[in-house]
Design a protein around this ligand. Structure first.
Ligand SMILES: NC(=O)c1ccc[n+]([C@@H]2O[C@H](COP(=O)([O-])OP(=O)(O)OC[C@H]3O[C@@H](n4cnc5c(N)ncnc54)[C@H](OP(=O)(O)O)[C@@H]3O)[C@@H](O)[C@H]2O)c1
Length: 305
């Protein structure tokens, strides 16, 4: 049995749907089992045990994710992103469960010149990134059976994200400006959910099996390497072709200086995905990390006009 925490968020909803479609036994909770309270987590774990459904995996998608707001809302941000995941990891260990947790490219400084590897030094520039980094450390220290997937530029069907914002602005305006000095890779939540389900399967194998994905940190985003302006331009091209956008809109490049934010956005946050690609292809040689343009097309094809 998988216990999916944060099942109503953008990634959590996608994972819920995927687990359901694959008929994998799971139970989902969100705010009603508060991760900032170890007692509520322990009570819920106990209730599952009493029902005769022991937990094999806890998957945590709950987090404080408002990057700029976090600067003023430090207590709550830390309560979720560090203390909350520490509680989850502890309850996982006490119940003999493996833990799969989600983290972010914001743990890095973001001024790299080659894709970030899992063992590159972290150096977050904002409070959100700092608490996510501290949460990674807390989870790994609390439960040795912990898998962490760092991801970036997440978008999906459920919740606000860049793709929906761009489509709305492109409908409303004659021209929009999008930054061309921040490089990274989009991640469709469906592809991340799929990779996570595969990682659970590969992590569940016997430790003696050489196809097993070992506990530790993994990076995942879609395949490719672009700036936000490229992403917006492609959303426009595909949106027009699909009839989601009925009129012209000019997509102008601009610099980050034109969009001042409380937290500096990483100029370079491409993630090196060789480790997860190797782990997932060991289990399924046909597996490929989907290309960002193809995933965008699959996502847009599901949106109603
Ligand atoms: N979004 C991105 O671009 C991005 C990029 C890189 C990494 N990530 C990471 O990916 C993961 C999933 O992100 P997401 O965008 O899917 O997040 P999300 O949509 O904000 O979902 C988080 C869920 O956790 C719930 N929650 C809040 N406080 C809780 C508590 N005390 N106890 C239990 N649940 C609580 C939230 O409820 P409410 O909605 O009611 O608050 C929400 O349903 C996070 O770890 C995030 O750091 C995200």
């Amino acid at each position: 049995m998988i216990w999916l925490i944060g099942n109503k968020g953008m990634l959590g909803t996608e994972l819920s749907n995927l687990l359901e479609s694959k008929k994998l036994p799971f139970v989902g909770t969100d705010r009603e089992v508060d991760i900032t309270s170890e007692a509520s987590l322990a009570d819920f774990a106990r209730s599952l045990k009493e029902k005769g459904t022991p937990i094999a995996w806890i998957v945590n998608c709950a987090a404080y994710t408002a990057v700029d707001k976090a600067e003023d809302d430090r207590e709550l941000c830390r309560a979720l992103n560090e203390e909350g995941i520490r509680n989850v990891a502890r309850v996982a260990r006490k119940n003999g469960a493996k833990l799969l947790h989600v983290s972010t490219d914001y743990v890095f400084h973001g001024d790299g010149t080659r894709p970030y590897r899992e063992d590159d030094p972290t150096d977050p520039t904002g409070y959100y990134g700092l608490t996510k980094r501290d949460g990674e450390r807390a989870a790994l220290a609390e439960n040795p059976d912990t898998w962490i997937v760092r991801t970036a530029w997440l978008y999906g069907r459920h919740g606000n994200n860049f793709v929906f914002t761009m489509l709305r602005l492109m409908k409303e305006k004659e021209a929009i400006s999008v930054v061309n000095d921040q490089r990274g890779t989009p991640t469709w939540a469906f592809d991340l959910a799929d990779a996570m389900v595969r990682l659970i399967a590969a992590g569940s194998l016997d430790p003696a099996d050489n196809k097993r994905a070992a506990p530790g940190i993994y990076h995942f985003s879609n395949f490719g390497n672009i700036v936000w302006h490229d992403f917006a331009a492609e959303i426009y091209t595909q949106g027009r072709a699909l009839g989601l956008l009925a009129k012209d809109c000019e997509i102008k490049p601009c610099t980050s200086a034109e969009f001042p934010a409380k937290v500096r956005r990483p100029p370079y946050s491409v993630l090196d995905k060789a480790k997860i690609a190797a782990a997932l292809t060991a289990a399924d040689p046909a597996y490929r990390i989907p290309d960002w343009k193809e995933s965008l097309a699959s996502f847009l094809a599901k949106i109603e006009k």
